[in-house]
Design a protein around this ligand. Structure first.
Ligand SMILES: C[S@@+](CC[C@H](N)C(=O)[O-])C[C@H]1O[C@@H](n2cnc3c(N)ncnc32)[C@H](O)[C@@H]1O
Length: 279
């Protein structure tokens, strides 16, 4: 396995070859669905308590939607969560009076959603699908959001953002958190090793893991610069309302993948974009 690891969502450190190379949307999807199926049990066991069964955090810094207010008023709103995982955020949306529903690529993540639905008595209707082909009618949501779900895992980001614009009503809100793009310059290490820039911020070549036995791609992550995001959102009809870069809070000692106090007190780990579709 190569030593060169770009920032990626923490997941199985199995025996894989790590590479930076171009991958198609189909290959990204074929890799990431099964990968999240394999990782889901560990993800929920490790992070479920931090996420809260009915809880909405935007990332490892622990910024909550209650604090951020990125989605605006939720009461009576039709709300779609893309990359909804076990539905914790959408359950919180429902508790606020919104009609939260989810879509995720991983059946195992959705099985966890169903388990928590039954445990909490707050079900989130969820469908299996991909951010790049949303199975919903035009203008059927007031709000679309994604908390570290889907957007950094798709190759065809234009399609994902266009699909979001299609299913949102005019003037609707789209907010999403991703790994802060500047993190792609650094090794994915929560300790001091993760503080020295070693890769070009402008290198958009995807991060790819491959099973050395079969040659099958097992995990993919995609990088866009801040400018890429702003340009794409503007070209698709979105107006940037805010860009939140949560600071590492006092007393927060949790390490999550490459996120830690060591790095978080010096560089941003999460970017939270808040946008509105043109009226
Ligand atoms: C880091 S998890 C975040 C899940 C949830 N938002 C949370 O905070 O726990 C990323 C999720 O995105 C999903 N995902 C990855 N690629 C996707 C795609 N193309 N379309 C929809 N969901 C996708 C994964 O299955 C996984 O559940």
């Amino acid at each position: 396995m190569s030593e060169s690891r770009t920032p990626q969502w923490e997941h199985l450190p199995q025996s894989v070859s790590v590479d930076r190379r171009e991958v198609s949307e189909e290959e990204s999807r074929r890799a990431n669905g099964p990968e999240w199926d394999r990782y889901a049990d560990e993800y929920q066991a490790t992070h479920g308590e931090f996420l809260g069964d009915i809880g909405f955090v935007w990332g490892p810094e622990g910024l909550t939607e209650q604090e951020a207010g990125a989605l605006g008023e939720l009461r009576g709103r039709r709300v779609l969560e893309v990359g909804s995982g076990a539905g914790q955020c959408s359950r919180w949306v429902r508790q606020q009076g919104g009609t939260g529903i989810g879509i995720d690529l991983s059946m195992r993540q959705l099985q966890h959603a169903r388990r928590i639905d039954l445990e909490t008595g707050t079900p989130v209707p969820s469908v299996l699908g991909t951010a790049t082909q949303l199975p919903f009618r035009d203008a059927s949501f007031d709000v679309v959001f994604s908390s570290f779900g889907a957007l950094q895992f798709v190759a065809d980001l234009d399609a994902a953002v266009e699909e979001t614009a299609r299913v949102l009503r005019p003037g609707g809100r789209f907010a999403f958190s991703i790994t802060h793009p500047t993190r792609w310059s650094f090794p994915d290490d929560p300790g001091p090793e993760g503080l020295t820039a070693s890769q070009s911020y402008w290198d958009r070549t995807p991060y790819v893991e491959t099973d050395p036995q079969t040659g099958i791609v097992t995990y993919v992550e995609h990088h866009r610069t801040l400018g890429d995001w702003v340009r794409l959102l503007a070209a698709t009809g979105f107006r940037l309302v805010d860009l939140l870069e949560p600071e590492w809070p006092e007393g927060h000692e949790r390490v999550w993948g490459g996120w830690s106090r060591t790095r978080g007190s010096l560089t941003p780990g999460t970017a939270l974009f808040v946008t509105d579709l043109a009226p």
